[in-house]
Ligand binder design. Structure first.
Ligand code: GAP
Length: 530
């Protein structure tokens, strides 16, 4: 937990309002009343998301780890993949998702609300639990205070925090649940017992009228399994050798019981996953390498400082596939809605050879890898080779959570500006890279602006938008660009026509300088770090 002084003062409602106002994120199906857990990205959001995905692709696939060598001093090798969202359902049986990808869920019979049981806490009067239990949603002060008030009313006593005990809802017996008050109810005993709820979306494949188990399929809940089932294909059809990684980005779907906190927990989201295959003996070193590099990567995109932490998991938090004693850690960001706590952006896990083993067993395919560089030495002093199922280090990041963290980090209130706020995006992810404005929409200025705009689009158009806008006062146009997080605005004025110079306004300092118009392309390239 961070201390209060470091707690961000940013307000999530303000950030969400800006996202809507400026076209970063819209509620999906908004004109039909929305659909819970789904979000659409507007023009600025779509470009921001693409820039983050592209940065990952560039630094993971095209130029792995930006040339930083792996633990043995050799270059890191990664190849890309693009696997299907719908696979043979046996994939999800083998991976454990059909049997085990469940959240415990409770329903409220009165309000029809549904909660994740592990998100509900119960408070009861100390030492006198029976008959005096009250459940409330989420472990936060607001809910606790509301629950305390309700419990006081229920037991007809003015209770303080010190008079109460808490326990997870999942610890209560059926008898005790019958005397539990739901978070939004007045009546006692409206919560059902927790029951397992599979998070996978089911669908049916083919033009058949019958929806049976024979034609059932699932939307993938993670992109990772598409990589494991193609491991042999990649080894057989390329020249990779272990250690190497396979990377892919793509949509994943989870029917989350309680989607919440804007895009943080959505039902449709995008992942950026690497499955890095190595020999068991090297797995620890690769785990440390990936853990540290992934943290560094997020820092270099502007999520530096106290809002970003690397947290090693405790033994009791490990997922079923994680190797005992090996590492699992999360890169976590302090979102306004988690503060002073943190929320997961990316998990780095040593998955052992669990997935390859499961798929080998369930499919019957031979997924072992023959490594000619290992094994005992033969008479000629060359290794005889070793056959093994590689171990896997998995850095698995959420693209939408990355975008959300970047939006929260960039949001910078500034009462001295016309906009009252600006978005301090790292230039690499900023959706608009630059804007070109004619000071007034006449006297040859629009033509000059069009000329510079074209030159910038030609050079930087593949990286993001180059905006141009002749309308409104220049102050209002700067304010719009501040809210959009555009790092540089070039303005064509009367002097441009006589001495060929333009002003450049810097988003963060709001300061202006004059440069020759024909050096604007080089100026921007330099500031974007190209
Ligand atoms: N293959 C491993 C895996 O899927 P995970 O921790 O369940 O691990 C990886 O997911 C990342 O995907 C998380 O760190 C998070 O950033 C993102 N993620 C998971 N569930 C999400 C959801 N419901 N909404 C948005 N992002 C989610």
């Amino acid at each position: 937990m961070a201390d209060d002084a470091a707690t961000p003062t940013k307000n999530m409602d303000d950030i969400m309002a800006l996202c809507k106002r400026r076209g970063f994120v819209y509620q999906a199906s908004e004109i039909y009343g929305g659909i819970n857990g789904f979000w659409d990205y507007g023009p600025l959001g779509a470009q921001l998301k693409k820039n983050l995905r592209d940065a990952w692709w560039q630094d993971v696939v095209m130029n792995p780890c930006r040339g930083i060598p792996g633990p043995a001093g050799k270059p890191v090798r990664i190849v890309p993949l693009d696997s299907c969202i719908v696979q043979n359902p046996k994939v999800w049986e083998a991976s454990g998702h059909v049997g085990g990808f469940n959240d415990p869920m409770v329903d409220c019979r009165e309000t029809k609300n549904r909660y994740r049981a592990d998100h509900l806490l119960c408070i009861g009067k100390k030492g006198d639990k029976a008959g005096q239990i009250y459940a409330y949603v989420e472990n936060n002060d607001e809910s606790f205070d509301a629950a305390l008030k309700k419990l006081s009313k229920y037991v007809k006593e003015d209770l303080t925090k010190d008079d109460t005990d808490t326990c997870p809802l999942t610890d209560l017996s059926a008898d005790e649940l019958a005397i539990t008050v739901g978070p939004d109810t007045k009546t006692v005993g409206t919560l059902t017992e927790p029951r397992a709820f599979n998070l996978m979306f089911k669908t049916f494949v083919g033009a058949t009228s019958a929806e049976t188990d024979d034609n059932a399929a699932y939307l993938r809940p993670e992109t990772a399994q598409g990589i494991f089932i193609n491991f042999k294909n990649v080894v057989d059809t390329t020249r990779v050798s272990v250690p190497f990684g396979i990377a892919q980005t793509g949509k994943a779907f989870r029917n989350e019981v309680t989607p919440r906190n804007f895009t943080f927990r959505s039902r449709e989201f995008e992942q950026m996953e690497i499955e890095f295959f190595c020999h068991e003996d090297d797995a620890k070193d690769w785990y440390v390498f990936w853990r540290d590099w992934r943290m560094q990567w997020w820092q270099e995109l502007g999520l530096a400082g106290e809002n970003l932490i690397l947290r090693e998991h405790d033994a009791d938090e490990l997922a079923h596939y994680a190797k005992e004693g090996a590492g699992t850690s999360d890169v976590e960001y302090r979102f306004p809605f988690t503060a002073p706590g943190f929320g997961e952006l990316e998990g780095i896990a040593h998955r052992s050879n669990y997935d390859l083993r499961q798929h080998a067993e369930h499919s019957g395919a031979k997924l072992e890898y023959f490594d000619p560089t290992r094994g005992e030495l033969a008479k000629n002093m060359q290794p005889k080779g070793e056959r093994y199922l590689p171990h896997v280090i998995e850095p698995s990041a959420g693209l939408d959570r990355g975008v959300l963290a970047i939006l929260c980090e960039a949001y910078t209130p500034d009462p001295d500006r016309a906009s009252g706020v600006y978005m301090k995006f790292h230039p690499r992810v900023a959706p608009i890279k630059a804007a070109v404005f004619p000071l007034v929409n006449k006297d040859g200025m629009p033509e000059k602006a069009a000329e510079l705009h074209q030159a910038l689009v030609k050079r930087f158009g593949h990286l993001g938008m180059i905006e141009t806008d002749p309308k409104q006062s220049i102050g209002k146009r700067y304010a719009r660009m501040d809210e959009a997080g555009c790092p540089f605005c070039f303005t064509i004025d009367g002097d441009t026509l006589t001495d060929g110079t333009v002003t450049v306004r810097d988003r963060d300092s709001a300061g202006q300088e004059r440069i020759p118009m024909d050096s604007a392309v080089d100026f921007l390239a330099d500031r974007l770090g190209l």
